[in-house]
Write a protein that binds this ligand. Sequence first.
Ligand SMILES: [Zn+2]
Length: 494
Amino acid sequence: MKSDSNFFKDNRILQFYAHDISNSDGRMSLFPGNFELEGIQSETVSMFLSGEETDFISESADLLRGYEQVKTAFLQFGLEDPRFQMRKADYLTRIPVVSISVRAKDLNLNSPLWNEDSQWYCVCVHMDETAEKYDHVCIFEIPGVGEQSSEVPCEIRQASEQDERKLNALFSPYVEEAHLISPGKNKEAVWAVGPDTAIDAVQVMYVGAALCTCLTAGDSVPLGYFDMGRESLYSKYVLINRSPAYGQFLCQKEENIVGMVKHEAEVQGNPTVIISHWHEDHVKILYEMALAYSQDGHYRNFWENAVFFFPQCIQKKGWATVHATAILGAIQNAGNQNYTVIPYQNSDEYRLERQYQNLSIFSCHRNDQSVSAPNPHDHGLYAIVTLTSGKRVLLPGDCSYDTMSAQNSGDSVLKEYDYLVATHHGGKYTHTTANHKTAYIPTPRQGTACDAIFSANGVAYGHPNATVVSQYGKTWNCLRTDQLPGNYDMYILG
Ligand SMILES: [Zn+2]
């Protein structure tokens, strides 16, 4: 891809196809009218939509090489044929996923544009026009270009039904059947964290309004990760605009930590990676490593040897399917067979998926027929870690506590922890609005001072929410990753 810093100046009009990954609570509350999208430049996939062979001009020989092979499979078999699906990763993992944040100036949530069923949009950005005559503005970031736009005017419309269907087929994350582990099937992946691996600490790193935690042994040797996310483009943008100096300080801290995570994951080679759900703020580091691998062969050791555990990514609004396609494609291209995908369940239940001496992994599920807008938070993974100190850590990801437990409060899965990494960055933690909802907050071990950690920075999404923190505060000692003193960049739970 182009890497000169004049990229934006050379391109007066840019067009993207973009998939909606904003979640409905966020969209309605603090900054109404904000939509977060994962996009690709339209020219990179236009052939798959039109069905006609087109010449795609790229400066990257690597990108072009992948394209030619995938183009041949597409023309021979068609978009939905398994033989095309098996081969598409070669090209799709090389296309940069563009982060786009759209702000509607005059939001009408009843407009068909924001219909819960529409997943894909066409975003047309006018680089050198003034915003006045447009209803929307956006900021976007093209990875590898090393530059992000400031607010630019854009037009946005729903993709046609036909295009939506094709884009869904193109960006349906390809998973080999054997790796989609249904309950009852007794297939074990090889685990870097084995049945009796001792875990000495959990590091909760500052990654902005996002989550990245590392399970370590001995002198901070990484064994695995529970989520590998970092702040979204939009969140970073709001942070820096609100308080430039402090924002830059936090962004630099985040940049350093992300660099360290990528480096250590590569050096370690075979860490276990558990992803709670398919949202950018939980997978973006992993995605960046996938792109760097697919484009330039970086992090080879990691992609060939790491062990992955994901919830299934489905084709619905809110699920980061474009990111998932790139990540699963990198695993496929690396020939790595050590990945396990927990199937999406459309039922109200939670399941123990793996039980080791010091690590338990659960999945939660919700019946989407009973809700207006299905949310990946309700189909996520969560984990319980027992440290060598004997202390217990609950890592809920963004799962709601009521989906993690039986449908009444007081479930034992939510009891007796020494550390809690608060769900959803200190946002909504249960679906009920009843008075007793605080009863769903997990309970600390009795008679000790226990820490609840909030991984957020209070900026773009208002997490952690002050009321929520005070509710945790009745039983927990509350700590925020953005309030670590000075240059400290993580909490070490030991
Ligand atoms: Zn999150």
